[in-house]
Ligand binder design. Structure first.
Ligand SMILES: *[C@@H]1O[C@H](CO)[C@@H](O)[C@H](O)[C@H]1NC(C)=O
Ligand SMILES: *[C@@H]1O[C@H](CO)[C@@H](O)[C@H](O)[C@H]1NC(C)=O
Length: 325
């Protein structure tokens, strides 16, 4: 069966031969306005919700992960109560369900500075207008920090909750959260997850996903934005990397056994064909499609501006023990 599957994918998808990556699955409706997406399905009626950077956390809904997507409004229309610059321009949402409540983690920051905080809001319906902003989780950074408190992602491990976060400086960290996960646990310390000491330390957007016997740490590496103004050298644009561990809380290595804290990382999805700079990813175990990687990317046939970025989805094949799209 395995050989047959490989054979048919070679025959049916020329892009596999040319680039090693499948094209994104078709998306319909509002597939732009998709920067740093977070995807979740509402349990009560199966509606898909997509949250994204900008527009005070824009909300789109659809009957399937592939659309058709419709804009619904802002999650936090009155701005965050966190008193930092950027509290009306919220970044990188991550939405997870804990018990009967949906938790939305968001970042308050300004481009290139470390005066940042990860905030949280809660809702029981996911709808626009239903979110209660609880302000800061206590995960904050300033110019004296070796990290940037942005790009939060929550994972539950038994009775415990952990928030992975970070961007640039010493890159990715994780802290234990209280239960329920509205604040960091008192006295929690930061554990390093990933660090790329070469180049500009452009590692961000952690997403930890459990599959089989492993936890997979997905992250984005390289220049994220502003491709319409300037593009980096080929290969230095955003791309999606992964490390894995038996533990959700550390010990992540790439497929050569190199620790993620020592420049490690295995490429999951990079630029190919008309797809450029994919990143800001998450992983969702979809009822119909199975595990999917979702992300934003530049469709070079549409345009390179941040506002033109498209919502991409690929099925993930974990059968080798590593995610392949
Ligand atoms: C996972 O955690 C356990 C318990 O802390 C530890 O013994 C083990 O070495 C860890 N495994 C990895 C791959 O880090
Ligand atoms: C680390 O940074 C270098 C230089 O920017 C880049 O080429 C490489 O892909 C990065 N690796 C990871 C795992 O992020």
């Amino acid at each position: 069966m395995k050989h047959f599957a490989l054979f048919s994918s070679l025959v049916l998808s020329p892009s596999w031969i040319a680039y090693g990556f499948a094209n994104p699955l078709a998306c319909s409706g509002a597939c732009n306005n998709a920067h740093d997406p977070s995807l979740i399905q509402r349990d009560s009626d199966g509606t898909y919700f997509r949250f994204s950077t900008g527009g005070k956390v824009a909300i789109h809904t659809a009957p399937s992960a592939q659309g058709p997507w419709t804009y619904q409004g802002a999650a936090i229309p009155a701005c965050s109560s966190i008193q930092l610059a950027g509290n009306c321009d919220l970044w990188a949402p991550d939405v997870q369900k804990v018990g009967d409540t949906y938790y939305l983690y968001y970042s308050v920051s300004s481009f290139g500075v470390q005066n940042s905080a990860i905030g949280v809001a809660t809702s029981t319906t996911l709808n626009s207008g239903s979110w209660t902003d609880l302000g800061s989780t206590g995960i904050q950074s300033d110019s004296g920090s070796n990290y940037n408190a942005i790009d939060g992602n929550l994972i539950a491990v038994g009775e415990k909750y952990y928030l992975s976060f970070g961007s640039f400086w010493a890159d990715l960290f994780q802290v234990e959260m209280a239960n329920p996960p509205k604040k960091m646990a008192s006295g929690a310390t930061r554990t390093p997850l990933a660090f790329n000491g070469t180049g500009t330390h452009a590692v961000e957007g952690a997403y930890v996903f459990q599959q089989g016997g492993y936890y997979y740490l997905f992250f984005s590496s390289g220049q994220c934005c502003g491709f319409d103004a300037s593009k980096p050298a080929a290969g230095e644009e955003y791309k999606i990397m992964v490390c894995r561990s038996e533990n959700a809380t550390g010990g992540f290595v790439d497929n050569n056994g190199r620790p993620c804290t020592e420049n490690g990382g295995t490429l999951v999805l990079g630029s190919h064909g008309w797809v450029y700079g994919p990143g800001g990813q998450g992983v969702y175990d979809d009822a119909e499609l199975g595990p999917i990687l979702y992300y934003h990317y530049v469709d070079t046939r549409v345009g390179y501006a941040d506002g033109q970025k498209q919502f991409g989805i690929n099925k993930i094949d974990f059968s080798s023990g590593w995610p392949v799209v």
